[in-house]
Ligand binder design. Structure first.
Ligand code: ZN
Length: 178
């Protein structure tokens, strides 16, 4: 049967009945709610011993411990979920994106035009005129995808920011008292 050491509450006349396993732990007084720190083992063993050896079940661990775990869990979940979603979305947005080398394209067209004779050039121009109609602008499909890709990329940055906030929350739970 474990030995119970008696520690008077600093806020009222309640007597904590403590075992050696509770040394150094924070406790709330069940009578007045005052938070106390159970002394370290060496000090605890010098306290008077209770002749009533029923374990003290009324004194519970401080509620701060629960809060700390709660904040830690919220931070961890936010960091993991938002982080994974952010990375996945960023990857997806990049897979949608088609890089456009405008200078390279213009150089290629100029090179092609240089190869044509005046007659061929007129022919090509005439063909273009007939097939596409002048002045009609058809947006290439990749342009729409690129715009969508940019929106998704920005959204993924938001998610990664949220993940960073989760990490901060997680870390702040360590800084919480007790
Ligand atoms: Zn008390």
């Amino acid at each position: 049967m474990p030995i119970h050491y008696l520690l008077p509450c600093i806020g009222c006349d309640y007597q904590f009945q403590l075992t050696t396993s509770q040394a150094g732990q924070p406790l709330d007084c069940p009578q007045c709610g005052t938070a106390i720190d159970v002394p370290k083992l060496g000090t605890l063993k010098r306290l008077p011993i209770s002749d009533d050896s029923s374990p003290d079940t009324t004194a519970s661990n401080s509620g701060d411990i629960g809060w700390k775990r709660y904040v830690f869990a919220i931070g961890l979940i936010t960091a993991v979920v938002a982080g994974l979603a952010g990375v996945a979305l960023y990857w997806y947005s990049q897979s949608l994106f088609t890089p456009v080398d405008i200078d390279g394209h213009i150089a290629m067209v100029e090179h092609d035009i240089d190869q044509f004779s005046a007659g061929e050039l007129w022919h090509v121009w005439h063909q273009q005129d007939l097939e596409d109609g002048l002045g009609e602008w058809v947006e290439p499909k990749y342009m729409g995808y690129n715009i969508q890709s940019n929106h998704l990329k920005n959204f993924s940055y938001g998610l990664l920011g949220l993940a960073a906030l989760g990490v901060l929350t997680l870390l702040s739970s360590f800084a919480m008292k007790r």
